[in-house]
Write a protein that binds this ligand. Structure first.
Ligand code: MN
Length: 756
């Protein structure tokens, strides 16, 4: 499957490869005159700016032609004309004129900002970005995501409106295009753009896009159906005309000024109805309908009364969409009437504003804006409220200025839509990072992710993703989640997966430590850690089960984690195990070491001793009171639930703990070659003066150590000051070197390692 981001330009907007001479007679269509009539709602200054945009676009597209042979500029002019029909503001009209200029003519955004200002440049830029997206996946479920992504990327509803006008004009002028291109564009229009038009309530465009797509996707079926419709309409023309006249007269007699329009269903909607309800063409009854447009909301109900007196209503077919509007803001009264000739005809009754909203949706806001920017007060729901339900804006918006503000911000403020390398679309919360993306794909991908590429470029894992990004995760089998990711992930899923992993990791370390500790305690009893667990058969399984009943743990693993984290004391567990063995009369030699081996074992670097190499995670901590470093004599204290805490042998805090609780002491020793540096605290008394810190820092770095923290104390500056440094050193010898270097510094009066 090809990536959704097209290479240079979308085919429907690109001019034909070979420039053709302009056919005669296109000069008028290619000139600004084609647009001026439609711009009378703008003021003179705005029209001047629009004209400048036209000149700019005309120059940029000079020498380019459409597939039809017309000068390329006719297309932007036509798109701007459609937008002018909605009375969009000058910025939107200018953007419509220049919408293909960046992509096709190498115009830069900076250039547009300088000449036309940032807002217009943003609109053009937004349109250019949408142009690069091509919906290529066949998956139905992806279409909705793609539509949302388009809306999210637009950021401004005017971008979508210009884009829809662009698409409509392209659909109207596809005849000169190659058939396979037409089919692809028609499919995309039907799946993506028509539903967006529908969602925004632009029903007129929605119907036309569907109709044109249908025509290009199924030309034969379209041809046959439209022929049938023409015929059927011919038969019924008389009836329809008679009904229209009768209705108009009845409304006039009741002093209700109204316009009555005949309404024809589109070929596509007839086809859809036939397919969905399994009907033949002859069975589709409502080829015709009427719209009655009145001045005010109460008149809608008055007109309904008049119609129900004129003809017999069909029971069960009346719907009040004025009292209960449809989700996209649609309002009307619907009723189906049977005339004296026995034909059932649907009537839709609405006000002018309701009609505008029904036909033009979101665009109706501009069309029917009065001087103060408020929709006509005929009882129609305020556009602002309607928009709220339309695009799920959370808080109430009441006035028109606020409404306009909402149109200019994100349509989906909380979500972004990104692609996998295989063109699958994922929705993520705004601010999501490649790590969130990785976990959204699969927790294994998240756990093993090491780096990421966005749109082919390597990026940091904390980079915020944006809609339309193509994200690729680089993973390695040995990689593990990093606790630092918790600082920037946005999704709950990523957060909980990382936490889960870290918790497991801690449990794994505690289990290992628990095994060591219990093993050692058992050796002191002349026993060895029995194999198996509570699930095992035979005496081993029974022994574990008895031990777990006593300890209150569910599994061997859980008991050992408890021992490792200090919640249970190894020597007590070992004693209990010895007692159980005696009680059950289990043969000691099955489970114990011989006395000789036990003694020999004790002389070896004891197996129960915990070796500190700096690689341990959260289970083993170096006490913050004395900050032991390799070379110090150390002792281990098994804190309750906090794992093993390592103190220096002379630490006063450690000694107090020892006196209180001798059971909890564990033998610890340093590894021969610790894996990292260790932090320890040093106090430095200095002459207070300029450049003191620099001297201290230089001395430390000359001894090849690092300062990781400096505390200057809170006392007021006197002649001398005490600095507290945290130094990162390899071992005791290294620390001695650093202290010597510090003492040599002129400003330093006294240096000492901090002891509690
Ligand atoms: Mn275009």
């Amino acid at each position: 499957m090809p990536a959704p981001v097209a290479t240079t330009a979308s085919p429907e907007t690109h001019p034909a490869a070979a420039p053709a001479p302009a056919p005669a007679g296109d000069a008028a269509a290619a000139s600004f005159a084609a647009l001026t009539d439609k711009l009378d709602y703008l003021d003179a200054a705005d029209i001047k700016r629009v004209r400048e945009a036209y000149r700019f676009a005309d120059e940029a597209h000079l020498g380019q032609f459409r597939a039809s042979g017309e000068p390329y500029i006719t297309h932007p002019i036509a798109v701007a004309g459609l937008c002018a029909g909605w009375k969009l503001d000058a910025q939107a009209i200018m953007a419509a004129l220049m919408h293909d200029a960046m992509e096709d003519c190498g115009v830069t955004k900076v250039e547009l900002i300088e000449r036309f200002g940032a807002p217009t440049a943003e609109l053009v830029d937004g349109l250019t970005k949408l142009d690069k997206l091509q919906f290529s996946t066949k998956e139905e479920s992806q279409a909705e995501s793609f539509r949302k992504m388009l809306l999210a990327m637009s950021r401004d509803v005017r971008v979508i409106l210009v884009k829809l006008a662009d698409r409509l004009h392209n659909m109207r002028t596809m005849d000169a295009m190659a058939a396979h291109k037409r089919a692809r564009i028609a499919r995309e229009t039907l799946d993506i753009y028509a539903p967006i038009a529908h969602r925004l309530g632009l029903n007129q465009i929605y119907r036309e896009l569907q109709e044109l797509s249908f025509k290009y996707l199924q030309p034969w079926r379209y041809g046959a159906l439209s022929k049938a419709v023409r015929k059927a309409r011919g038969y019924r023309r008389d009836i329809v005309e008679r009904v229209r006249l009768e209705v108009e007269k009845a409304l006039q007699d009741s002093q209700l000024p109204a316009q009555v329009y005949g309404r024809e269903k589109t070929i596509f909607s007839i086809y859809q109805k036939m397919r969905e309800k399994h009907l033949s063409f002859a069975q589709v009854s409502d080829l015709f309908g009427f719209r009655v447009v009145v001045k005010s909301l109460p008149e809608c109900y008055l007109a309904l009364g008049v119609l129900h007196q004129l003809y017999k209503p069909l029971p069960g077919r009346f719907k009040d969409y004025i009292a209960i509007p449809k989700a996209n803001g649609y309002q009307s009264l619907h009723t189906t009437l049977v005339n004296p000739l026995g034909t059932a005809v649907e009537f839709q009754i609405r006000t002018e504003t309701m009609h505008a909203v029904a036909e033009e949706g979101i665009a109706a806001h501009w069309m029917y804006k009065t001087v103060d920017g408020v929709l006509p007060p005929d009882g129609t729901r305020q556009g602002a409220v309607w928009l709220q339900s339309l695009i799920d804006i959370q808080q109430e918006t009441r006035d028109s200025a606020e409404f306009l503000e909402h149109l200019k911000i994100d349509l989906f403020p909380d979500a972004i839509y990104v692609f996998t390398p295989k063109s699958k679309i994922l929705a993520l919360p705004k601010g999501a990072t490649p790590v969130d993306f990785a976990y959204a794909i699969h927790s294994d991908v998240g756990d093993r992710c090491v780096s990421a590429k966005v749109n082919g470029e390597p990026v940091a894992l904390r980079t915020e993703l944006r809609s339309g990004d193509v994200v690729e995760i680089v993973s390695a089998p040995s990689a593990r989640p990093n606790p630092a990711w918790l600082n920037f992930v946005r999704t709950g899923r990523a957060r909980s997966k990382i936490r889960h992993y870290l918790k497991n990791l801690e449990a794994e370390e505690s289990l290992e430590l628990g095994e060591k500790l219990l093993g050692k305690a058992l050796r002191a009893e002349g026993l060895t850690l029995p194999g198996g667990d509570e699930q095992a058969g035979g005496p081993e399984g029974q022994l574990w089960q008895a031990l777990l009943r006593w300890s209150g743990n569910r599994t061997r693993r859980e008991l050992l984690v408890d021992v490792g984290q200090g919640r249970k004391i190894a020597s007590i567990v070992a004693k209990r195990m010895a007692a159980l063995l005696t009680e059950t009369g289990a043969r000691p030699d099955a489970l114990t070491l011989t006395a000789g081996r036990f003694v020999a074992d004790d002389n070896m670097p004891a197996q129960g001793t915990v070796v500190i190499d700096g690689n341990q995670g959260a289970t083993i901590q170096l006490a913050a009171c004395c900050r032991p470093i390799p070379g110090d004599a150390i002792v281990g204290y098994l804190g309750r639930g906090e794992g093993l805490v390592v103190h220096t042998a002379e630490c006063s805090v450690g000694r107090r703990l020892f006196e209180r609780d001798t059971e909890r002491w564990i033998d610890v020793e340093w590894a021969d070659e610790p894996a990292r540096s260790f932090e320890t605290a040093v106090s430095v008394l200095v002459d207070n003066g300029k450049g003191v810190l620099a001297q201290v820092a230089q001395a430390v770095s000359a001894a090849e150590a690092d300062i990781t923290h400096i505390d200057m104390g809170h006392e007021r500056a006197g002649a001398t000051a005490e600095l507290r440094l945290l130094l990162s050193v390899k071992d005791r010898q290294h620390l001695a070197d650093v202290l010597r270097a510090l003492k040599r510094a002129p400003a330093v009066l006294k240096v000492a390692r901090v002891k509690p």
